[in-house]
Structure formats: C-alpha cells, structure tokens
Design a protein around this ligand. Structure first.
Ligand SMILES: NC(=O)c1ccc[n+]([C@@H]2O[C@H](COP(=O)([O-])OP(=O)(O)OC[C@H]3O[C@@H](n4cnc5c(N)ncnc54)[C@H](OP(=O)(O)O)[C@@H]3O)[C@@H](O)[C@H]2O)c1
Length: 308
C-alpha cells in the first residue's frame, strides 16, 4: 500500500514524475467537488486555490504530514492544519500577479481612469489634467516578496519608492515599521502588502491615516483588516484621502456597504493574486515540493514546521 499525495492539477501530477519508489502515489483533487470519502492515506495535501472545496477535507486526514497552501497569506489555515503537520505557503507564486494589480491600481487612481470610463459611457469629452505616478513618492508597507516585485515595476514607472518592513534592513534601504509615523506625512501614496497578523490588524487606523497628506492615495493589496474600514470611510467621505482596494473588510463587501460609493474609492474584488501568471508557476512549484517530499529533502516555504 502506498501513501497518497493530492495535487490540484494534472500538470503538477505529471511534473512530479514517478514517486512510487518512495511509497507515494500522486492523485489530482481539484477542489471543485467535495473531497473523496476515504482520505486516511493522504500524507501530502495541496489546498486547491480559490475553489469551493479546499480546506474542508483537512479534518479527515489523520495521517497528514504536509499541507501545501497556494496562497501567500496563510492566517486562515493555521487553525485548520492538524497539530504536528508541516504547513508551507505560496510565497513567490503571487508576486507577478499581485504586483501587477497594485501597479494597475496606482496608475488607475493617479490618472483617474474610473472617471474617464464613466465619461466615455456618457460620451463626455472631459478634458482635464491629473496626477501621475511618475514623480510620486510611494511607501510600500510590508516590503517582502510582493513588495520587491512592485518596487521593480515602480522604478520603471519613475516613482520614488520608500520601503517599510517589520524590521529594518539597512543594506536594502528598508525602514522598520517603527519609522512609519515619520514617513507617512511624506507619502503621495502608500501600498499595504503585509500579512494579516496580530501586529498588522488595524495598522492603518484613524491616527495613522490622519498622518497622510491631503489627497494621498491608500492602496491595499494585502489583507482587508490591516486597514480600518470606518477610519478610511471617514477620510474618503470627506474627500481628503483616496483609496484603491483589492482587499476589504468585510469580504465580500456587501452590496449596500458605503465603501462602494465613497468618493475617490476604486475597488477590485480580491483578484490580485490569481491572475493567469500564477498558474504555470504554481503547477511547477507544487510538483517540485512533491519531489522534495519524496526524496526526504527539506521543503521550501515552510511557515509552520511539523514534527512528523
Ligand atoms: N490581494 C491578493 O490577491 C494577495 C495575493 C497574494 C498575497 N497577498 C497578501 O500579501 C501578503 C504579503 O505576501 P508576500 O508574499 O510579499 O509576503 P512576505 O514575502 O512574507 O512579505 C511580507 C512582508 O511584510 C512585512 N511585515 C510583517 N509584519 C509587518 C508589520 N507589522 N509592519 C510592517 N511590515 C510587516 C514583513 O517584514 P519582515 O521581512 O521584516 O518580517 C515582510 O517584509 C500576504 O501575506 C497576503 O496577505 C494578497
């Protein structure tokens, strides 16, 4: 009898190759339907990405050794992964798609694309000049894998980038979050791309938002609760700040939520990370993790080490 490895795509199964020598067989579980009934022999489970049935089967795998998440954020999985099981995340796989949407939101907001789309719908030639990204000072708060990918795109866009992480990395010109309050008054735009943790929840509250200059733009592609929704609404309703949000609190945003209609607020429905660029890289990464597991090698991207 061999142990089972579940991967979400046939491509990952093929790329993983023959791992029967390690006593493993690889099967596809897409997450489109509920998981198979008998999951007792599953030792490696890849949580399908953004599918209706993704984490539910976790509670039915008593011999699980590895959970491979396909999201970079994993706060929602920590309590669902059985004790002793290794959890690895998808750090790196969402960099291109998430950085690309952050750039798109910055450009759309600075060049007022939503306004021109509305004017086009009404056949109105509304000739007026706008802000630009070039020449703007952009704070990236949560300067990790995605932040660095955004930085590369912003440099091409001739923006000035200021980097902020939890701890300072002077060699990379990264400031500590302790410097945030001093940096906020100097920013034309701030991009939030931190994980959701006890330290980042509500990091952007009314006090911090008040430190931003009039007209500044707040972009959130990290997690909704990092930005206090009521505090943001107070600032956008008055027209003092603008926002471009891929993530909100709550999510999904209810149809009658005031954020939808608040002036200067552009919303995308948490679609940054899952664009086309994610899938080929993710399929290869999952296969490589399975091969490492079969060879008894250390896995990449371990965020919670297991003990079995
Ligand atoms: N919208 C989407 O579709 C989408 C897609 C992918 C990811 N995300 C979100 O983006 C997050 C970041 O992903 P990533 O792959 O770039 O993660 P990462 O490489 O681990 O980087 C996260 C960065 O956040 C910093 N950080 C942590 N706590 C902080 C705090 N209290 N204040 C300031 N900075 C803090 C870390 O600083 P240190 O280096 O000093 O620890 C690190 O530099 C994910 O956790 C997820 O929530 C969203």
């Amino acid at each position: 009898m061999s142990d089972r490895v579940l991967v979400p795509w046939q491509e990952s199964r093929e790329l993983a190759g023959d791992v029967s020598g390690a006593g493993l067989r690889v099967e596809v579980f897409s997450g489109d339907e509920p998981g198979p009934e008998d999951l007792k022999d599953v030792v490696f489970y890849t949580v399908p990405y953004d599918r209706p049935h993704n984490s539910e089967p976790l509670g039915r795998m008593p011999n699980l050794r590895v959970v491979q998440a396909l999201t970079a954020g994993y706060e929602h999985l920590v309590d669902q992964v059985p004790a002793g099981t290794t959890l690895a995340n998808a750090r790196g796989l969402h960099d291109s798609s998430t950085a690309e949407l952050a750039l798109a939101l910055l450009l759309a907001a600075q060049r007022e694309l939503p306004r021109w789309v509305r004017a086009q719908e009404e056949h109105r030639w509304e000739h007026e000049h706008t802000r630009s990204l070039a020449g703007s000072r952009v704070l990236i708060v949560g300067y990790g894998s995605i932040g660095a990918a955004l930085d590369r795109r912003l440099v091409t866009g001739e923006a000035e980038v200021v980097r902020v992480a939890r701890t300072a990395r002077p060699a990379d010109d990264v400031h500590a979050v302790a410097d945030l309050d001093a940096l906020l008054p100097t920013a034309d735009a701030v991009v939030l791309v931190t994980p959701l943790t006890e330290q980042t929840r509500g990091l952007f509250d009314s006090r911090r938002l008040a430190l931003l200059p009039d007209g500044a733009l707040v972009v959130n592609v990290g997690r909704g609760p990092v930005l206090d929704t009521s505090a943001l609404l107070a600032e956008t309703s008055s027209g003092r700040l603008r926002a471009a949000l891929d993530v909100t609190d709550p999510e999904p945003l209810p149809a009658d939520h005031p954020l939808w209609d608040s002036p200067g607020v552009l919303i995308t429905p948490h679609v940054a990370g899952g664009a086309a660029a994610f899938y080929p890289a993710a399929a290869r990464f999952v296969a490589a993790q399975v091969r490492r597991f079969a060879a008894g090698e250390p896995l990449e991207n371990v965020v919670v080490p297991g003990d079995r």
